[in-house]
Ligand binder design. Structure first.
Ligand code: IGP
Length: 242
């Protein structure tokens, strides 16, 4: 199989520039907090390089179950070759729910932002390098709320310099694929208070949720632990683990 990045480099952009009216993620996070729940971004991830098997259920039904379980927002993989995602399922999901939807993909070039509408769009600092600042601006110009993903202190510095106001700290090292929840604990103190901090990956139990919240995460991005089994119950268990 081609590497994720080789595949991403060749993926086309959209035919026309999109202009989205984004559902506010910060507002959704505040509303969840006011409701006494933990803000969780639940991820629709049919498969991944670190998961066994493929989940064949209708992605729209999975998404609706996540919202019924109290998810604040959804993350939808649109990468086709390694994660079983599609831009089409993202569009169908976004139509079917009211919560903000994050497009999870490996965007490297501005035109790739035009492949599909979403509320948030993921930009991975490690992969975009020096293009981060122009991509953040290009995403905002289209109405997207960019979520900039980092894993190291250098990437966090670059994300803040690029003007990111929603930062995801990935506990998974995308090079080695190893997960360490200590990543968020180490880097969270460096994130300014006016930046929304999302803890990503490797969060499985209510104890993990509490640990990431204590470290300072405003919201948590959870894939595997929600996709594995009863999606609504799994989401509920994590959104109520205060
Ligand atoms: O399944 P997990 O460990 O809960 O992780 C979810 C999410 O953080 C992970 O899918 C992810 C984080 N960053 C990414 C970048 C690309 C693809 C996937 C990801």
């Amino acid at each position: 199989m081609r590497s994720i990045l080789d595949a991403a480099r060749e993926r086309p952009g959209g035919d026309a520039r999109v202009s989205v009216e984004a559902r506010s993620f910060p507002d959704a996070v505040s509303a969840t907090e006011a409701d006494g729940r933990v803000p969780i971004i639940a991820e629709v991830k049919p498969t991944s390089p670190t998961t066994d098997g493929v989940r064949e259920d209708d992605p729209v039904e999975l998404a609706q179950e996540m919202v019924a379980g109290g998810a604040t927002a959804l993350s939808v993989l649109t990468e086709p070759e390694h994660f079983g995602g599609s831009t089409e399922s993202l569009s169908r999901i976004r139509e079917a729910v009211d919560v903000p939807v994050l497009r999870k993909d490996f965007i490297l070039r501005e035109e790739q932002l035009d492949a599909v509408e979403s509320d948030l769009v993921l930009l991975i600092a490690r992969f975009v390098g020096d293009d981060l600042e122009p991509l953040v601006a290009a995403a905002r110009d289209r109405g997207f709320q960019p979520l900039v993903e980092v894993h190291t202190r250098e990437e966090l510095t670059a994300a803040l310099a690029a003007g990111a106001d929603i930062v995801g700290i990935n506990n998974r090292d995308l090079g080695k694929l190893e997960v360490d929840l200590g990543t968020v604990e180490t880097l969270a103190p460096e994130v300014p208070d006016d930046v929304l901090l999302v803890a990503e990956s490797g969060i499985h139990t209510p104890a993990d949720v509490r640990r990431m919240r204590e470290a300072g995460a405003d919201a948590l991005l959870v894939g595997t632990a929600i996709m594995d089994g009863n999606v609504r119950q799994n989401t509920r268990r994590l959104t109520t683990s205060t």
